[in-house]
Design a protein around this ligand. Structure first.
Ligand SMILES: O=C(O)CCC(=O)C(=O)O
Ligand SMILES: [Fe+2]
Length: 296
């Protein structure tokens, strides 16, 4: 039995009041269908046009292997001409190679002009646009963005399946502390080994060309590329100062501690995190059962 997932609501128009009151304030995910329709990028960022403007660049590619919980490095799998990469993913043949730490806007600043500042909510960080690329069959392993910003992910080419879990479920997902790694297999959960997963509920959608997914701050996301394609993520800083500080600590403190410990105390550190993941999940199951009894 798979984890229970409900569809994410689609909003045909980006209605500010409705979006803010119903979704943004309550940290409820939604798909906004016309978020980018007035941006030049909506029509300018096809495979052909992007290749014309940026095809000469060289990019680092990453494969689909999940990050090892006890290793500190992320390996570049291949380096390639960006145009050749775009041709490869446009063919829609399975290509399990992704690009995610490549700042295309630094190399081709004119691309920035194709994005307009949305006024759906205040606080869009326009200086931090990120693009993500992948071939058909690529997978983004489940994680949450540690800076704890809200993310608006707009799809420019291809479709992707996205699964989301609210941060309240974190202990039930067997999160390894000091990391954004979990033992959750979204499509094929092992309830015997990870019984807490029986209590988890999430959301899912297939995000299509021109649509934007609002991923509320701290939400776990797992992504499967149905077609080769790419998306742009715009961030809105967390409205809570405490969460912003926590986000900064995650980036500059927690991650450094984790990398240091992984390097010098590899085995005991991993054993500690593994034990904690199970302890937290078991505590959460108990709390969950209590809650169920109270509401029964
Ligand atoms: O679409 C992708 O490939 C990854 C998106 C993602 O993880 C994000 O926007 O935070
Ligand atoms: Fe992410």
């Amino acid at each position: 039995m798979a984890i229970e997932l409900v569809p994410i609501n689609r909003l045909r128009k980006a209605d500010k009041t409705l979006f803010q009151e119903t979704y943004f304030k309550n940290h409820q995910p939604a798909i906004i269908q016309d978020f980018c329709h007035d941006w030049p990028a909506y029509t300018n960022w096809s495979f052909e046009k992007l290749k014309e403007r940026a095809g000469h660049l060289t990019v680092d590619l990453y494969n689909n292997k999940p990050a090892a919980p006890d290793k500190s490095t992320m390996f570049v799998d291949e380096r390639m001409n960006f145009g050749a990469y775009l041709d490869k993913i446009a063919s829609n043949e399975p290509v399990e190679l992704r690009i995610f730490l490549f700042n295309i806007f630094k190399h081709i600043p004119s691309l920035r002009k194709d994005i307009l500042k949305p006024d759906l909510v205040d606080g869009f960080a326009m200086s931090l646009p990120f693009m993500f690329y992948g071939g058909a069959g690529s997978v983004v392993h489940m994680h949450y963005d540690i800076d704890l910003s809200h993310v608006f992910l707009t799809q420019f080419v291809g479709r992707k399946r996205v699964v989301l879990f609210a941060p309240e479920y974190t202990p039930l997902l067997y999160r390894l502390p000091y990391s954004v790694i979990t033992y959750t297999n979204v499509n094929n959960p092992d309830y015997e080994k990870y019984p807490a997963l029986q209590h988890v509920k999430g959301y899912e959608c297939v995000l299509d060309y021109g649509e934007t997914l609002y991923i509320p701050a701290g939400y776990w996301h797992y992504i499967e590329y149905i077609d080769g394609g790419y998306a742009l993520a715009l961030r809105v800083l967390n409205e809570s100062w405490l969460k912003r500080i926590e986000g900064a600590w995650n980036l500059f403190g927690e991650m450094r501690i984790d990398n240091f410990m992984k390097k010098y105390f590899t085995k005991p550190w991993f054993e500690y995190k593994n034990r904690k993941a199970f302890e937290n999940a078991n505590d959460a199951i108990k709390q969950f059962s209590k809650l169920e009894q109270m509401t029964a």
